[in-house]
Design a binder for this molecule. Sequence first.
Ligand code: LMR
Length: 403
Amino acid sequence: MFESLQPASTDPILGLIAEYRNDLRPEKIDLGVGVYRTTEGNTPVLQVVKRAEQTLIDEQESKAYIGTAGAADFNAVMQELIFGESSPADRLVTIQAPGGSGSLRVAAGMILRASSAASVWVSEPTWANHAPLLAGAGLSLKSYPYYDALNHVIKADDMLSVLKDAPAGDVVLLHACCHNPSGLDLSNDEWCALTDVIVDRDLIPFIDIAYQGFADGLDEDAFCIRHMAEHVPEMIVSSSCSKNFGLYRDRVGTLSMLAADSAARDVVDSQVNNIVRTIYSVPPDHGAAVVSLILNDAELRSAWVIELAEMRERLKNMRIMLNDALVLRAPKHDFSHLVRATGMFCFLGISAEQVLRLKKDFGIYMVDSSRINVAGITPGNVNYLADSIVATLRGANDEHSPR
Ligand code: LMR
């Protein structure tokens, strides 16, 4: 059977992890996969997570199954974190999911069951795994314009005009904040205008919130979700705790669905649990139990908010630092979009050939599209990084010799 298979292509993001690890150059810099790093270049377990894990070890009494929807206390507190205190809870279902990707996969199953003819519209560009994941589940995809790569701005007008022509019942996948890969988000006014189009055209918003708290703050970053929940009859929200709780490998997320009324909500609830049973049966518990302990304890919750703010501020500072270093070396080149973007990512705005050259000649790793993870920048490597980028832009090696 297996001899008929050809090797699959390497994942454009995860493939960089092994390449970087195998590079022996001490000056190498990893701007690839989206994980947070400290000034020292580490991705430590958050202190508040360590504390909650200790409590779990001391107090957890059973590892018996928790059921397809996961833990009720986790789901309730996550629903409040995402939708706010005045969420339309009687129309909402929230289940625990194995990370943002697991949530997206279950959501794809729900869309297929509810409306197999619907297309899902994704931003151009979008996270490199959105299309493989959703199309792999059987959905058909279309794209709407989003990022103007020449001027490094969002094409909000083009986006709205394309979506105005989308067939009723189609699904629109949106990034709530820290758009991956561009780092540029709609303004609140633009979110409101988009909500009007969604309501007028009878479209279903499907919001991916993987970086809540990394742009402006926990409530600010959920604006579009809370605004849409007030205006649309139905919506889907996939969330991830990988970044804001640093729980990447523990796979923690949620899938929420807003139904038109509470009777429809109950049907959605039964269907989604049925889908979970046919994919992974029950979600992993550990990370969600940690998040629940943190969010349900006032003291742990404030400690988490402080650690989250520290991560957010560091990302912002590294953007400023890299922009300053580049302006100094290449004053005629405009890199200001680095500081206009928020969260982990933005495009450097260089060609795939230049990306390759940065890797080959300087040991600097990023996704082919020139998406960089700004968490890989530190005060210790920013000058080398800026020197290397400028040398690559000039097409010369300067003092760094190719290897
Ligand atoms: C990223 O975009 O780098 C992260 O979301 C990690 C991933 O799974 O791709």
